[in-house]
Ligand binder design. Structure first.
Ligand SMILES: Cc1cc2nc3c(=O)[nH]c(=O)nc-3n(C[C@H](O)[C@H](O)[C@H](O)COP(=O)(O)OP(=O)(O)OC[C@H]3O[C@@H](n4cnc5c(N)ncnc54)[C@H](O)[C@@H]3O)c2cc1C
Ligand code: SF4
Length: 494
């Protein structure tokens, strides 16, 4: 166990972010140097707050089943090599989750019952950043090859986790990605200030040295790719669909056709390219927030990413709209420990700028003489008996020359590969799979948002790892790969 009195002596501390006035002028991560390095001075005492509970509920809070008390103890003892070995045993990519995960482990931490929980996510990122800096993360190439081939379609966290597990198990794995670079939403969705792409590239370097082959710029299912559904099945012994839930939710109210109204995933990829000095695809003109009144519709992570990006573009004003009422700051009685509560969260982007408006609905977009949006018509709403009701007399106009939709995703795109393979869909329009992640087409598996629906990186990695175990068993008749979660596993929420 880490320090037996640690939680009595130390309070919860997190790393200081860079001053707002400094960081809004660049795209780098909000922590000085790197998140892991910023935490080093305090992380041993923070890891020492772990009580090594008899029943560590944090394990169940984390979909990966990360063995958290063990690596807390190892960090407290300054055994970083032991810590990364334990962490990598359950998580292929702790540098992604240590930066981006909402940490459901922490809301399940037993210390959280009557104190602030252990800073588990911070310990995680410290371990992996230190491990990379110390040369402790080495390629783990397989000792023998099975002679079996696997195609992974989609290079987000689910596809990458499946590919790494299967490559290490000796299979010959090719990852296909239709974007020009590998990484899924972590490449062009999530901004640099949340996770610098160098962390992704470094991990991809390890995977290449292990033998995973990457094919970017290939839209599998298109005629130009030469890889339609039938060809894919002919060429590979198994296929893993990890194409994400890329169909964005729209808002078909009057004025939707006006210029200046965009999906977040039109805006963010362009901003990410520009931040890295890359040209826009096909020379298109970048959507910029500079000098505009920006309205973001949607109060989640994607909305916060649009907010931080608009701040760095130097927008005139930024308003983030949310249809639900403002959540409480503390855990509500109806969402007790160890569940993941819906509380008011302040991301780094919210610290920087912007106003959040809750319990409002957009009725209409209003345009100028040139066909561009100039305002939104809003109305306050209330949820009564499970129904959304407009409050009479609250209609008002707010200025908006740029509107960004961040209202989530409705599922995977059906035309193309999904239709060609003929895989069954579930009643929410996601790719259906059995308890071993196999779709209705033998030899075709699915992992991540394509099957689960819009979710989180930690769930995508967990599904990728589990699907890999099933693929390995399908190809060889048995497996020793871990199977962290069944497809039916769900977050601890009420
Ligand atoms: C803006 C934004 C911010 C987010 N922030 C966070 C966060 O902070 N923390 C968090 O935990 N989660 C976050 N999420 C959610 C998280 O990114 C996703 O849950 C996760 O990336 C899903 O992983 P995946 O591997 O299933 O799919 P994705 O990451 O979506 O990757 C799927 C890939 O498949 C490719 N593809 C699709 N069809 C084809 C085809 N036919 N051929 C080849 N390639 C194809 C796509 O181009 C895409 O790159 C965020 C999501 C968004 C949109
Ligand atoms: S992956 Fe997420 S839930 Fe799991 S230990 Fe890390 S921060 Fe916690």
């Amino acid at each position: 166990m880490a320090d037996p009195k640690g939680f009595l002596k130390e309070g919860r501390k997190v790393a200081e972010r860079r001053p707002v006035e400094e960081r809004v002028h660049d795209w780098n991560e909000v922590y000085p140097g790197s998140a892991g390095r910023a935490l080093l001075p305090i992380i041993a005492e923070q890891a020492g707050r772990c009580m090594d509970c008899g029943i560590p509920f944090c394990h169940s809070g984390c979909p990966l089943g990360n063995i958290i008390p063990e690596w807390n103890d190892l960090v407290w003892r300054d055994d970083w090599e032991g810590a990364i070995e334990r962490l990598h045993a359950t998580n292929n990519f702790p540098e992604f989750t240590g930066r981006l995960c909402p940490a459901p482990c922490e809301t399940a931490c037993v210390l959280g019952i009557n104190q602030d929980p252990v800073t588990i996510k911070n310990v995680e990122v410290s371990i992996i950043d230190k491990a990379w800096e110390s040369g402790l993360v080495r390629p783990q190439a397989p000792e023998w090859l099975s002679g079996r081939t696997v195609a992974v379609i989609g290079s987000g966290p689910a596809g990458l986790a499946a590919a790494q597990q299967l490559t290490r198990a000796g299979h010959t794995v090719a990852v296909y990605e239709r974007a020009d670079k590998i990484g899924g939403l972590m490449r062009y969705g999530i901004p640099e200030f949340k996770m610098e792409k160098q962390h992704l590239d470094r991990r991809l370097g390890q995977m290449k040295r292990e033998g995973t082959v990457f094919r970017a710029g290939v839209d599998v299912g298109s005629e130009e790719s030469g890889l339609t559904g039938d060809k894919l099945r002919e060429r590979y012994d198994a296929v893993v669909l990890a194409m994400g839930a890329t169909e964005a939710r729209d808002l078909p109210v009057p004025g939707r056709e006006l210029g200046g109204i965009h999906q977040a995933m039109e805006f963010l990829p362009q901003a990410n390219r520009a931040a890295l000095g890359e040209p826009q695809l096909d020379g298109v003109e970048q959507i910029l927030a500079t000098g505009k009144n920006v309205v973001i519709i949607g109060g989640g992570d994607t909305g916060a990413d649009c907010l931080g990006t608009s701040t760095r573009h130097e927008a005139a004003s930024i308003t983030q709209l949310e249809i639900m009422p403002e959540p409480p700051t503390a855990r509500p009685a109806g969402q007790p420990w160890p569940t993941y509560p819906m509380t008011f969260k302040v991301s780094s982007a919210h610290e920087e700028a912007g106003e959040r408006v809750y319990a409002v609905s957009t009725k209409e977009f209003r345009g100028d003489d040139e066909g561009n949006v100039r305002a939104l018509l809003l109305v306050d709403v209330v949820f009564e008996a499970g129904r959304l009701t407009e409050i009479e007399g609250t209609e008002r106009e707010i200025p908006a020359e740029l509107v960004l939709f961040a209202m989530g995703f409705v599922g995977p795109e059906k035309p193309g590969l999904v239709e060609q393979l003929g895989v069954d869909l579930d009643d929410r329009g996601n790719v259906a799979r059995d308890k071993g992640y196999q779709t209705s087409v033998p030899g075709v598996f699915s992992a991540g948002d394509v099957g689960r629906g819009q979710s989180l990186i930690v769930w995508a990695i967990a599904e990728g790892r589990a699907a890999a175990a099933s693929v390995d068993e399908y190809l060889t008749g048995s497996t020793t790969l871990p199977f962290p979660i069944p497809p039916t596993a769900r977050p601890l929420v009420v």
